[in-house]
Design a protein around this ligand. Structure first.
Ligand code: SF4
Ligand code: SF4
Length: 67
């Protein structure tokens, strides 16, 4: 499975919930110099969508590019 995780930088408030709820949080999520989170190791993602479901500003989209 190939997954793409898109974070809308304008919507991200840097709360870190994506990191916290993701079963692979430390492997997948990190933040940039502005405190905005992004997914950098998407090969570890298994498409549970916990991150998207818990994001308070609906900033995350998890897309399956290939099954
Ligand atoms: S849960 Fe949403 S708003 Fe919070 S850090 Fe992650 S992407 Fe940003
Ligand atoms: S879909 Fe699940 S495994 Fe993938 S980044 Fe979000 S919480 Fe983590």
């Amino acid at each position: 499975m190939v997954v793409e995780i898109i974070v809308d930088r304008e919507k991200c408030i840097g709360c870190g919930r994506c990191y916290d709820v993701c079963p692979k949080g430390p492997l997948i999520w990190t933040k940039d110099e502005n405190g905005k989170y992004y997914a950098y190791n998407v090969e570890y993602c298994h498409n549970c969508k916990f991150c998207a479901g818990r994001c308070p500003t609906n900033a995350i989209k998890v897309l399956v590019k290939k099954e």
